[in-house]
Design a protein around this ligand. Structure first.
Ligand code: FMN
Length: 254
């Protein structure tokens, strides 16, 4: 049995959750990065003995579009999957259901799922610093329950997850990333963009038709040259405040 971490994590928060869950499982591990723009032609073939942690952040209640696209290059061939949707304290909406449907189509068995809270990558005042110690303890407990069933061969063949079809309509945020004069055109953002929205020869620009505002270029820019429009962001966070209130929970579906 091989353990796969199949992850889309634009700014590392989803990966943080995966690291906690994965620490409970021992054995040979391999990572498949769903945020790589150039993985398009690479196909992976897994086997029914494999166990996969498939994790994505929730974007507008859905699976991020590049993650959905790259998952179509992975054939499960009966591999068991733990689905993980990481969200920023609003809601997961239809993300887990969409992820489950994609994985079934790709030949995976969806044996367990977790929704987990992590700091909002666009509005970090929500779920600030999560996953915290309590989250980590809870996620380890969930993972241990799954591991026991995996070892006893009693993992379910399929599970119910929240969500409904048709899924919430995917909406590209109408936000334009700003680039200031600190940009030294090093091109790191262009090489790391999951959707190829930043041209390598003009890294101080962004193709807003392709951009999914995943925040990676902003977080990884060594010059802090990239940002979201602050006025729009404050207006959005005030308008949506009530949807983000309270401590939202992590949930295991099995
Ligand atoms: C474009 C975008 C859309 C998001 N949509 C939602 C959402 O619908 N519900 C929610 O609770 N959090 C939402 N979030 C927050 C992320 O799901 C959360 O911060 C996640 O941990 C980011 O993971 P990452 O660091 O691995 O990219 C959104 C974040 C971004 C950037």
């Amino acid at each position: 049995m091989k353990i796969y971490e199949i992850v889309f994590s634009a700014t590392g928060r989803t990966q943080k959750v995966v690291d906690v869950i994965s620490s409970v499982f021992t054995g040979e591990k391999e990572k498949i990065d769903l945020s790589k723009y150039d993985t398009e032609n690479k196909t992976y073939n897994l086997s029914k003995d494999d166990f996969c942690i498939v994790a994505v952040p929730v974007y507008g209640g859905r699976v991020p579009s590049p993650a959905a696209k790259n998952l179509h290059n992975i054939n499960g061939n009966g591999a068991k999957a733990l689905l993980v949707a990481v969200y920023g304290n609003r809601a997961i909406d239809d993300c887990l259901l969409e992820l489950k449907n994609i994985l079934i189509e790709q030949g995976f068995k969806c044996s367990a799922a977790i929704s987990a809270v992590a700091e909002h990558s666009m509005m970090p005042q929500f779920a600030h610093n999560r996953p915290d110690d309590n989250d980590k303890e809870e996620l380890k407990k969930f993972a241990t329950q799954i591991k026991e069933k995996l070892e006893n061969n009693t993992l379910p063949e399929t599970i119910e997850v929240p969500g409904k079809e048709p899924y919430v309509k995917a909406s590209n945020m109408p936000l334009k990333i700003k680039v200031n004069n600190n940009c030294i055109k090093c091109g790191k953002c262009a090489r790391r963009c999951p959707v190829g929205a930043i041209p390598l020869d003009k890294p101080n620009t962004t193709d807003s038709k392709k951009c999914i505002t995943c925040m990676r270029c902003i977080e990884e820019c060594p010059q802090k040259a990239r940002s979201l429009p602050t006025a729009v962001m404050s207006a959005v966070s005030v308008a949506m405040k009530n949807k983000f209130e309270g401590r939202k929970e992590n949930i295991l579906y099995m």
